[in-house]
Write a protein that binds this ligand. Structure first.
Ligand SMILES: NC(=O)c1ccc[n+]([C@@H]2O[C@H](COP(=O)([O-])OP(=O)(O)OC[C@H]3O[C@@H](n4cnc5c(N)ncnc54)[C@H](O)[C@@H]3O)[C@@H](O)[C@H]2O)c1
Length: 437
């Protein structure tokens, strides 16, 4: 057994190591705070001044991190943050949590990872462990990150250790906070895997080592591809059921009673967030390099992308049936613009697509969202409208796009002229003015 590794593991166990988290977003901040709460000294490296400003004021900007917790670890001297990579010369473990968006459809943009790795390679302390948590295509750690370190004359297993461990957090899910979600870990060497397992075992109940970084990368993409395909499937079945005059929501509730072999997914106005709509496209892109075209991924992506358009078609049909419909006079109110209930995240949010499509069609559109007071779509600035009886009367239809808990649904039902409910908020309520997806 390698003496250095054993010694490193011992220091990890005794919490005699310093940790840096690069990228303090939805993934990085909760992770950094979790380590700090377990008494590891944690340094955050973040380039965004607004986020750094919040940390300076000891105020959380991520819903899964309580301001109280952030304050506590800062005051205890366990957490600090800046944009400076130079302190890495004193750090033992570096965890990268930077964004991995798309350049255009089916084209990964791993420039944030590369930029972070180049900066790390310039300042890394000899013998440190680097772990990538950002979701990316299989092969990134081996084929992209390793060579970037080698370019700086750093040798894996000698000058540094390297592993991939996908983040699986589900923002807003109180049942499964960071420490309750098993963590998959795969290194570029056995030593790297062992070290990464030792690190996460301090904060996570169950750590699952796999044989390589590539397997760990593919694991995350399998999980998110599974979600996208099932969302695409239930969206398609919902459209099918509508044509067949069958209540999809009742069908799902009934199917859910099967104790095995079925997992419920729910239709909505599309698939949003920084993960599910784009992660499978990373896999699609990489598989294409091997001459393999995933029909499932493409189909699910096409179906979910079509949903905002579908919702608008359904609403226009509804208006034609119920009102003296004239497109130029129509006014539509979108309720909930974030991609998910009770979360402030607007990334790839389908309600924003609905607003954009309506604007392009010159249909009057406004929104209400208790979490988002202002919104900019293209060049157009919007302000969340207050929900009062007078305002609601001005709209021909309210589309419930995201089902935030803070929306007064009974009041909305009483005062709106028509409601198109994409989230089954009005479960089982029979009311002529409510139509469900
Ligand atoms: N949001 C989720 O629910 C979720 C869940 C699992 C996995 N992921 C994955 O985790 C990764 C991060 O996602 P996120 O939602 O936390 O993104 P985010 O945009 O909220 O946070 C990333 C942060 O990294 C910072 N950053 C970018 N480049 C940097 C650099 N070179 N140095 C330092 N900081 C830098 C950004 O300013 C930003 O604050 C992505 O790959 C994502 O796919 C996200």
């Amino acid at each position: 057994m390698n003496k250095n590794i054993e010694e490193f593991k011992k220091r990890i166990k005794q919490k005699k190591v310093k940790i840096a988290v690069v990228g303090l977003g939805y993934v990085g901040l909760p992770l950094a705070i979790e380590f700090a709460k377990k008494n590891f000294p944690v340094l955050g490296i973040e380039l965004d001044n607004d986020r750094l400003g919040h940390i300076k004021k000891k105020k959380s900007y991520i819903s899964d991190v309580a301001t109280e917790d952030l304050k506590k670890v800062i005051l205890a001297g366990k957490f600090s943050a800046s944009a400076d990579f130079r302190p890495l010369k004193n750090i033992d473990i570096i965890i990268i949590c930077v964004p991995t968006p798309l350049k255009r459809k089916y084209h990964p943009n791993i420039s944030y990872i590369k930029q972070a790795v180049r900066a790390i390679a310039r300042h890394i302390k000899k013998g440190s462990l680097v772990i990538l948590e950002s979701t990316t295509y299989p092969g990134t750690t081996h084929e992209v990150i390793l060579p970037l370190f080698e370019k700086q004359n750093l040798k894996a297993n000698k000058d540094f250790y390297l592993a991939f461990s996908p983040e699986r957090i589900d923002p807003g899910n109180e049942r499964y906070p960071v420490n309750k979600i098993p963590k998959v870990v795969g290194g570029v060497s056995k030593e790297s895997t062992d070290l990464a397992v030792a690190v996460y075992s301090n904060i996570i109940d169950k750590v699952v080592p796999v044989s390589s970084a590539t397997v760990a990368e593919a694991t995350k993409l399998l999980e998110n591809t599974f979600r996208l395909i099932n969302i695409g499937l239930i969206d398609e079945i919902a459209m099918m059921c509508h044509k067949m005059n069958i209540d999809i929501w009742e069908v799902i509730e009934a199917a859910k009673t099967k104790p095995f072999g079925f997992m419920p997914f729910y239709p909505s106005s599309g698939c949003g967030g920084h993960c599910i709509p784009k992660d499978p496209l990373y896999l699609y892109w990489k598989a294409k390099k091997f001459g393999f075209k995933s029909r499932f991924i493409k189909l699910a992506s096409d179906i979910t992308n079509y949903m905002p358009e579908y919702v608008i078609e359904r609403v226009i049909d509804l208006l034609k049936h119920n009102t003296q419909y004239k497109i130029q006079n129509t006014k539509i109110l979108i309720i909930g613009v974030t991609y998910k209930k009770d979360i402030k995240d607007l990334r790839k949010s389908p309600p924003l697509d609905i607003i954009e499509i309506l604007q392009k069609r010159k249909i009057n559109v406004a929104y209400h969202d208790p979490l988002i007071p202002y919104l900019k779509i293209g060049n157009i600035n919007l302000k969340s409208v207050a929900l009062n009886a007078g305002t609601l009367k001005k709209f021909d239809c309210a589309i419930i796009a995201t089902d935030h808990s803070k929306v007064p649904y009974n009041f909305l039902r009483k005062n709106a002229k028509l409601i198109f409910d994409t989230r089954n908020v009005y479960k089982k309520i029979k009311d002529k003015k409510i139509t469900r997806l």
